[in-house]
Design a protein around this ligand. Sequence first.
Ligand code: NAD
Ligand code: MN
Length: 485
Amino acid sequence: MGKIIVKKNLPEIKYDASIEDSKHISLSKKYDLFINGKNLKTKKYFKTINPATEEMLSEVAYADNKDVNKAVTSAKNAFNKHWKKTKPSDRGKYLFRIARIIQEKAREFSVIESMNGGKPIRESKSIDIPLAISHFFYYAGWADKLNYIKTNSKPEPLGVAGQIIPWNFPLLMAAWKIAPALACGNTVVIKSAETTPLTLYKLAEIIQEAEIPDGVVNIISGDGKTGSYLVDNSEVNKIAFTGSTEVGKHIMKSTAGSGKKLTLELGGKAANIIFEDAPVDAAIEGIINGIYFNQGHVCCAGSRLLVQENIADLVIKKLKSRMNYLRVGNPLDKNTDIGAINSKNQLKRITELVKSGVSEGAEIFQPQCTLPAKGFWFKPTFFSNVSQAHRIANEEIFGPVLSILTFRTPKEAIEKANNTFYGLSAGIWTSKGSKVFEVLKQIKAGVVWANTFNKFNPASPFGGFKESGFGREGGVHGLLPYLKD
Ligand code: NAD
Ligand code: MN
C-alpha cells in the first residue's frame, strides 16, 4: 500500500450562500383533514414548524377516533361504489396523472419537504421527490397487468388500506404506500407523522386536481393515538406501517387474529463493511452517504461501520478529513450537506445515545463547524473504539452518528454484521466480485449494496428481516401485500 498522505491544515473553502427560492410555494395557514374528496374541519388543530428555525409553518387538523371512522367509512364506500368497478387501465391512468402533476410541482414539493422536515434541498430535489414520482409512474404501469404477477390466480384487492408513515421521508413513504394500494384496486386512509404533515396535504390537492374519485384517497394527520384508531378500526382490511420497532410490535399484537393483512417496515442498524481490498476513496464517500444522508434519519442507514483492522487507521484518517468538508446548516441552501434534526424529541434521543457512547468509553470525533443558534442541530459524529457491548453499537440512533468497529477476517465481518436484532440493509466494499457474492449470501438483510449505498429504485423490493419487520415495498413484491392471497 502506498504512503498515506493526509493534509493537516485544511484549506478553508468559502461559499456564498445559495438559498433556494421559497416565494413560489403556497402553504395554507390551516389544513383540514382530507376525507371523501373534501376538506373536513375538526375540533383540534396542532402547529407544524420548520425544525431549522422553529418557526410555525401551518396548523393542521388532529384526527380523533370519530374523524378516523369518517375517513375509513369514506374509503369503504369509495371502494364499493367506484374503485372496485373502475377498469384497471383507468386506475393506471389516475396514477399516471398523480405522477405527472407532482412532476410539474416538484420544486414546490421539494421546498416544502425541506422546510417541514429539515432535510437539505439538494436531497429533497434529487431524491425524495423524483423517487416519489417514479413510484407512482412504476405502479401506474402495473394496474392493468396484475394478471401476470402469478399464474393461476385472479388478483383481487383487499378493500381499505390503513397506512401509517414516519417523518423521515414523508412524500416518498406516502408514494411507497399509496401507489401499489391504488394500482391493486384498494382505497386508502393514510396518516402522516406528527412533525411532517405538509407534503401530504399538498398531495391531497393533487388528488383533487387529478380527479381521483372522492374517498379513494383520504389523508389525515395526528399522533400515535390517531394511528392506533386506524389500526383498531374493524373496517380496515390491511395495515401498512413504517416507523419504530416498538410501535411495530404493538401493532402486530393489536392486529393479531383480526384478519387484517399487515406489513411492517421498522428500524435498522446496518453494517457497512469495508474490506482491505476496497477502493478506499469510493468507500469513504459511501460511508458519508450511508450515515449522513438525511441527517441519518434513515432506517437503512449504514450506522455500523465494520472496517478490516489493517486499514482502519487509513479509513479513519480519510474519514476525518472528508468530514471537515461537510456543510451543516440551512436546509434551503444548495451547498448544505447536513440539515436540521427533524424534531426536539429526536435531538434529545440522539444526544442521549451519544452521551452513552462517551460514558461507555468509545472515542468520539466531530468536525469543527458552527451550528445555527435557532433550530435543532447535531454535528456529524463518529465513534471509534466501539465494542459490540456498547449501546451505540446496538440501538438505532436515527441521527448523524456512526459507530466504527473492526474485524480481521470475512467470517468475523459476517458474524458482526449479523449480530443485531435488525436485518434491513448492509453494504459491502471490496474490489473482488467473488467476495461480494460470498459475503452477501451470508448476510441476513433485505437489501445488500455492493460498492455503493442507499440506492433506491421503484422496481426493486425493500424490506427487512427480524426486528426490521416483514413484507416488501417496491417492485412486484410490493403488490402482493395489497392483494388477496
Ligand atoms: P414512531 O414509530 O412512534 O412513529 C411512526 C408513525 O407511527 C407516526 O406516524 C406515529 O404517529 C405513528 N404511531 C405512533 N404510535 C402509534 C401506535 N400506537 N399505533 C399506530 N401508529 C402509531 O416513531 P417516532 O417516535 O417518530 O421515532 C422513534 C424512533 O423510531 C426513531 O428514533 C427511530 O429509531 C425509529 N423510526 C424508524 C423509522 C423507519 O423509517 N424505520 C421512521 C421513524 C422512526
Ligand atoms: Mn413514538
